[in-house]
Structure formats: C-alpha cells, structure tokens
Design a binder for this molecule. Structure first.
Ligand code: NAG
Ligand code: NAG
Ligand code: NAG
Ligand code: NAG
Ligand code: NAG
Ligand code: NAG
Length: 458
C-alpha cells in the first residue's frame, strides 16, 4: 500500500518542459470559434478553423504587451508544463507542445503550444474556444533552449524535471511585523480546516490541496457559517485541464472551478483509484462554490518567498508544493521535520502538494504547519511541521493561493445556521405570545369597562 502510494504521487502530469527565458517574446495566438460548451477537450479535438489571430508579447516579469508596448494583461508559467495568459477578460491556458520521439523519450518544442483553451475570465455561463500559440519574429526559431528532451521511466515516472526557481529574498523586518504564530487549525481552540482526507493510490494531491484551502477560506470568510466538503471526485472525473490520478497543478483546478464551480463531496464522493465517468447530476446551481481569484504567491511562478507566503497566510490557508520522497520524510512521525539526508539528496524537485495552514516558532526553531491528504494516522494527526526559512523540501519555492467567491447576502438566504434558525423561532414565538397576552388583556379590559373612551387606543 505504501509503495503504491509513493509510486502514484510520483506520477506527474505531462512531460512538457520549457524554461522562463525560452518563453519570453512575441507569440501569435490563433483562436477558433467560441461556443457555449465549456467542457471541451481542446487538445484532443480536431485542429481548429482559425477565426481570429492576436499577436502579443510576453515580457518580464509577468506582463503581456501589444506591439507598441501597451500593457494588455499578465501571464505566468504553469510550472514548467504550460502557460496561463490573462488579457481582455480572457483566460488562455495550454501546455507546451511535446512529442514522444521514441519509447519513453519526449521532446518539447518551446516555440509552439498544444491546442489549448480560451474562455471568458468569469464564472459560468460563458463561452469557450480552442487556440494554439506559435512564437513569431525573425529570431523566434533561435529561441534557446528551444527543444527540450525528457525521459520517462518504465513505471511512468517523469525524469529530468527541473527544480522550481529558488524563492526570492524575504525582508526580515516585514516578517517581524506580522504575527509570530498562526495556525488555522487552532485559532483559540477553533479549527478552520476540514477533516484530514486520504487520497490513497491516486495522484490527486493537487485537487485535495486546492479544495482544502478553498473550504478553509470559505469557513473563515463566512465566520464559520459556510462549511462545505467539496468534491475531489468531480474535478478528477470531469476536468480536462489536469492529468487525473497522474497529477496536476492548482491553476488547472482553479480554472475548472471558475468554469463550473465545486460541488458537494456527498453528492459525488471520492472513489480512490477507480475513475468513475464524469456525472453532471450534482451540477445544479443551488449549492456550488466558485473561486473569485487564484494565483502563485508572489504574483507569478518563480516569485515565491517566505515573506509573501506568511503575508498570504494571514487571510487563510494556501497551497504548497514539496519534495516528499525523502526517506526521512516518509518516516516522519512528529516534531519539526529537518531532513537528515545530504544536501544533494535533498536537492530534488517537487512531487507532492499539501495545504499550508500556519507557521510559528517552537523553542526558537521556525516551522511551517502543513495538512496532508494521507489520512489522520500520518504525522501529527494528519498534519506535520516542517523547518521554515531555508526552502527545506522546496516548500518555499512554489506556493499558490485560491480565494472563494463569497457573497454574505446569498449566504443569509441559503445557509441559515441552526442556532440562528432557533433564535428566530424563539423570538417569533415570544412575539406571538406577547400578542396573545396583549389581546386577551385588552379583551378582558374591554369586557370589564367597554364604556371607557380610551379602549379605542388598542
Ligand atoms: C516583439 O515585437 C515587437 C513589435 O514588432 C518588437 O518591437 C519587439 O522587439 C519584439 N520582441 C522580441 C523579443 O523579438
Ligand atoms: C490549541 O492551541 C492552544 C494554545 O494556543 C492549546 O492549548 C491547545 O491544546 C490547542 N488545541 C489543539 C487541539 O491542538
Ligand atoms: C492578472 O490579470 C487578471 C485579469 O485582469 C487579474 O485579475 C489579476 O489580478 C492579475 N494578476 C496579477 C498577479 O497581476
Ligand atoms: C515579486 O516578489 C517581490 C518580493 O516579494 C514583490 O515585491 C514583487 O511585487 C513581486 N512581483 C510581482 C510582479 O508581483
Ligand atoms: C540543485 O540542483 C540544481 C540543478 O538541478 C543546481 O542548479 C543547484 O545548484 C543545486 N543546488 C544545490 C544546493 O546543490
Ligand atoms: C535548513 O536548516 C536546517 C537547520 O539548520 C538544516 O538542518 C538543513 O539542512 C537546512 N536545509 C537546507 C535545504 O539548507
């Protein structure tokens, strides 16, 4: 079971791989027809008939500009596999184009994209088209490094994956101004985190972590009123953006949730390894939860830092990516985790993701507190504390936030808390009782002295 688990979390995603510097430059986006269906599988659809083209330039650090340098929006790498581009209220997402050239050997062309998705950057209803990107300009073809070769082991493990960029420097004075300790699983004895789940032998950490952070933030923003366990299985079975049980990333889950919302876990429960077909029977508008916004901490991939993570944590839990497969971490039981392996052995890329629920210091040792999805028996009741401040297990290199779309007015109507309900019933009953007493008193008075002039006041 443990072995299966380790193998499955290592499976990850597509073999596409491009570096930041190779992506910068001018791109033509060729866009097909927009239609009402937002559940399209663009990479597997027939090549589009181009209806519209746009030329944009991706520049440092995360801006999109037109040919005259006017800012149109922003962009970020989605890890090393793909790209998110936000311009004109549109959201483009696609993977870099890759091909299997021989068994287990993949070549990515960093001057082209696969056929990806473009949709309005709002919650449903909206339209969607497919698009492709192609690097343009006289030097486009000389982009370095343009062709990247990666390998996959026989068990399906992606090899040659790069490390995420190291975190940028933090300002200690800024950190010192914020709370020294914060733990969303215990705010004066109250927990704003949902129960620890068990992902089993399915590489679904990216969905567990994203929904875990979203659930917590819904609880926090609604002051404890909106308690929802969201369906991991719905995203696993229905989203075309991630690689199901073979892994994925928060921006892909956030994109799916922005398109369709999250549904109740009770309606579409988690099935572990088997992948039930997508079922839209829970897809009713009455109880769906949408994100308002999501991004990499620091604004784009490659700009994370301890300081920005601590700042993001002030409003609720976030998501972090870690290198999990260190023997000392696999054997973790409790305490503040510090790896015992050599620096070279620790210097491996991320292969797991978890919810970051807090940070603090114990006897002068700084730590992060994470919530895992390996059940309650793992670590400290499903949680763990990790050494903070020197990018241990790459925990500070790639953090992400997701904010819920939460409207208190809507909540008041749909999610009336039980205590509130009884308070209302009791007050209504009390008013009713008062009325009865008043009426009977008045009637009694009236029958006693019906001649008194002042009875009409009643
Ligand atoms: C992108 O195109 C613009 C407008 O043609 C040009 O000024 C700019 O130099 C190009 N950028 C690169 C990196 O080639
Ligand atoms: C929550 O934190 C308080 C101190 O802040 C501690 O006394 C208590 O034991 C904690 N509760 C749990 C369940 O960890
Ligand atoms: C990127 O653009 C989107 C859409 O305009 C905006 O909502 C978001 O805040 C921007 N992100 C960053 C990191 O600037
Ligand atoms: C990148 O991170 C630095 C340091 O946290 C921050 O000052 C800067 O605004 C970030 N860049 C963007 C584009 O958000
Ligand atoms: C970690 O590995 C990367 C290459 O994957 C290398 O560039 C970097 O210098 C290494 N860092 C340490 C501390 O060994
Ligand atoms: C981080 O600091 C701890 C405690 O000093 C040390 O044991 C560990 O090797 C360091 N890790 C890295 C990645 O530098």
């Amino acid at each position: 079971m443990m072995i299966l688990l380790i193998i499955s979390i290592l499976h990850c995603d597509t073999p596409a791989r491009c570096e930041y510097d190779a992506i910068l430059g001018n791109w033509t986006l060729s866009i097909g027809s927009y239609i009402d269906n937002t559940r399209r599988d663009c990479p597997n659809e027939d090549p589009i008939e181009v209806k519209e083209t746009r030329v944009i330039e991706l520049i440092k650090p995360n801006l999109v500009v037109d040919g005259k340098g006017k800012i149109l929006g922003n962009w970020t790498q989605v890890c090393w596999e793909g790209v998110d581009i936000f311009i004109d209220d549109l959201h483009f997402f696609t993977f870099w184009k890759y091909e299997e050239t021989e068994k287990g050997v993949f070549v990515t062309d960093c001057t082209q994209t696969m056929q990806g998705w473009v949709r309005e950057n709002v919650v449903e209803p909206k339209q969607m088209a497919c698009f492709t990107g192609m690097k343009v300009g006289k030097n486009a073809h000389q982009t370095e490094p343009r062709l990247i070769k990666t390998k996959m082991s026989e068990s399906g493990k992606q090899l040659d994956r790069p490390l995420p960029p190291a975190p940028v420097a933090s300002n200690r004075a800024h950190i010192a101004k914020l709370a020294k300790n914060l733990d969303w699983s215990n705010i004066s004895g109250k927990s704003y985190t949902d129960p620890v789940l068990e992902q089993n032998a399915c590489g679904s950490c990216y969905i567990h972590a994203t929904l875990g952070a979203l659930e917590s933030r819904l609880l926090i923003e609604s002051s404890g009123d909106v308690s929802a366990l969201l369906s991991v299985q719905d995203v696993l079975s229905c989203s075309h953006y991630g690689q199901q049980c073979k892994g994925g990333w928060l921006p892909e889950v956030a994109g799916y949730l922005k398109d369709h919302g999250a549904v109740d876990a009770k309606c579409f429960p988690y099935e572990n390894e088997v992948l039930p077909a997508c079922s839209l029977s829970c897809d009713t508008p009455t109880r769906k939860f949408y994100p308002a916004y999501s991004s990499y901490v620091g604004g784009f991939y490659g700009n994370s830092s301890e300081e920005a993570m601590i700042a993001a944590l002030q409003s609720g839990p976030i998501v972090v990516n870690i290198y999990y497969s260190l023997p000392s971490l696999l054997n973790y039981k409790s305490g503040i985790y510090v790896p015992t392996e050599s620096p070279e052995e620790q210097n491996k890329t991320i292969d797991h993701c978890v919810v970051l629920v807090g940070y603090g210091e114990e006897n002068g040792v700084p730590f992060w507190k994470i919530k895992n999805s390996f059940g309650q028996n793992w670590g400290e009741n499903g949680y763990a504390r990790i050494y903070r401040g020197n990018n241990t297990i790459q925990i500070e290199s790639m953090a992400e936030v997701i904010y819920p779309l939460y409207t208190p007015q809507k909540k008041a109507a749909t999610f009336l808390k039980l205590p509130e309900f009884w308070m209302m019933m009791i007050s209504a009953g009390f008013v009713f009782l008062l009325l009865i007493v008043a009426v009977s008193l008045a009637c009694a008075k009236r029958s006693q002295s019906s001649t008194k002039k002042d009875y009409q006041k009643f």
